[in-house]
Every structure is written in C-alpha cells, then in structure tokens.
Design a protein around this ligand. Structure first.
Ligand SMILES: Nc1ncnc2c1ncn2[C@@H]1O[C@H](COP(=O)(O)OP(=O)(O)OP(=O)(O)O)[C@@H](O)[C@H]1O
Length: 269
C-alpha cells in the first residue's frame, strides 16, 4: 500500500437530499434539499453546531442510511448501500475494535467479509499498519494500546479496504491535543501520499481549517450549507506555522462567526 495511490476521479455528491426521522407529529426534517459535491483528492471538513445533522449527512454519503428524498451518487452512480470505494472511521474506536483479537487480526478481519484470501488479508493489514506507524504493535491487543494508537488501528482498518474515499466522523474528538495533532498530520499524509479523498466531520474549527482544502459550514433546522470556504493555505501544512498564519486566523474567525450566527454552540480550541 505504501507505494500505491488510492486516488480516484469519482466525485461523491448529494443532490436534492432530504432526511427526516419519525412520522406524523413526531416527524423531524433534519436535512432538506441539500446539494454537496465532494471534489476527488480534497480534504473536505464539515462543521456546524451540535445536532445540525453532520453525522446524518456522513451516513447518507457512506450509504449507511438512505435519504428520505433525493440521491447520493458516486461518479454519477446512485449509492443505495455501503460501497467498497468508501470506508468510514467513527469517533468511538473502542467500540469498533475487538478486544480479543490482536491488532493485525483486527485490521485484517473485515476483509474476510469481502472474500479476500487470508494471505492477502494479512498483507494488506500489515501494509496499512505500516502507513499509520503501528508495525511494531501488530501483535498486541487493542487494550494494550493508548487511545490514539487504537484510533490509528481503526484508521488502518479503513485503509486496508484500499478505498479511495475515507469518511471520518469526529475521529479525534476524544483524544488529547498532542495525539490529535499527530493524527491530523496522519490525515494530511494519507491525502498527500495515497491521494485519498477525505471527508471529515469535526466540532473543532481550528482542526477543520488546518486539515481542510475546503470547509463546509452547516446551520439551521432543517440544516443547510451556510458557508462553503476554499482554504488557501497550500498543502504543505505544519502545526506550528500554519496555525499562526494570518490567513488561518482569518478563516477560523469567519467559520466561528458563521456558527455563532446560527445561534448554537460549538467549541473552538
Ligand atoms: N436515528 C435517528 N432517529 C431519530 N432522530 C435522529 C436519528 N439520528 C439522528 N437524529 C436526529 O437528527 C439530528 C441530527 O443528528 P446528527 O447526529 O446528525 O447531528 P450532528 O450535527 O452530527 O450532531 P453532533 O455534532 O452533536 O454529533 C438530531 O436532532 C438527532 O436527534
């Protein structure tokens, strides 16, 4: 995997997408007539106040939930369920790893369901662990690892699918700041070295601006896109210098302002 590119030219898009939960008087429309096109090769960060529908949208984009109306498509082909071109990483890495399986097996295991032969499963798992810097921990159990390492295992598992698109839902929300910085830089490396298209939901405005080629701000109920910002910070970013750049500070202020104008709370770091 280290020498392989996972770049795709397939655009992931939501067209006229609406999503409602419940029925009758209980019905809540969370997303209404949303249009969003994810550009291949970009890191696109989705931000917005709590409850606005970010996770719901990510699940729709992943094919893990169906829109009430409208369509999600990949390269023009409608998505009606999970597809092998899209992998997903959730915040709750503890719930997603199996404690009785060693790290290598945890990464390799889901490939069994895809019909991948055992030797290739192990090879792909080992390559994915190398990408996330965990080769030395392949034979340990998840509970022997720190939270940040466990989330690296979860990322490795997604990489082992060799999917060109990675959707991440608050992947670093429960990690300490230093570990978070390391994993943010891992995300940038995945995009740079493997060409992976990444969509990342975060509450952290600084993280969104640091990682994003584009930051999409959601607000309102039903939710709509209140701002869609191209981030002109180049691709060679550094935790120390990028975050101090005037353009970075200007963008984070703009995003925070947008979210505060939605009248709800989120957390700048
Ligand atoms: N399965 C469900 N059934 C009913 N309501 C749901 C369901 N899933 C989500 N919702 C509702 O949809 C709204 C959006 O939820 P969602 O988790 O997508 O928001 P979010 O922006 O990701 O929030 P957070 O930032 O707090 O994680 C919330 O009001 C939530 O209660």
């Amino acid at each position: 995997m280290t020498s392989q590119t996972l770049a795709t030219d397939l655009a992931l898009s939501a067209q006229h997408v609406s999503k409602a939960f419940g029925t009758g008087a209980e019905k809540v429309v969370v997303i209404d007539d949303l249009h969003l096109e994810i550009q291949p090769g970009d890191v696109t960060c989705l931000v917005g106040p709590s409850g606005v529908g970010k996770t719901t949208l990510l699940r729709l984009l992943a094919g893990l939930a169906a829109p009430t109306s409208g369509q999600v498509s990949l390269g023009g082909t409608p998505i009606t369920g999970a597809v092998e071109e899209i992998a997903v990483v959730f915040q709750d890495y503890r719930g997603s790893l199996m404690p009785w399986m060693r790290v290598l097996q945890n990464v390799a295991f889901p490939l069994e369901g895809q019909g991948v032969a055992k030797a290739e499963r192990l090879e792909r798992a080992a390559a994915a662990l190398e990408v996330v810097g965990l080769t030395d921990s392949a034979h340990r159990y998840p509970w022997q690892l720190s939270g940040g390492m466990q989330q690296r295992v979860a990322i490795a598992r997604a990489l082992a699918y060799e999917s060109p698109i990675l959707l991440m839902d608050e992947p670093f929300g429960s990690l300490d700041a230093q570990t978070r910085f390391e994993l943010e830089d891992l995300v940038l490396r995945l995009r740079r070295d493997l060409g992976i298209t990444i969509v990342l939901v975060t509450h952290d405005i600084d993280e969104a601006v640091y990682l994003g080629d584009r930051v999409v701000v959601f607000g309102g109920r039903p939710s709509r896109i209140v701002d869609d910002i191209a981030v002109p910070l180049g691709r060679g970013r550094s935790q120390l210098t990028t975050r101090a750049e005037p353009a970075f500070i200007e963008l984070r202020t703009r995003v925070l302002d947008e979210i505060q104008r939605c009248g709800l709370k989120t957390s700048p770091r």
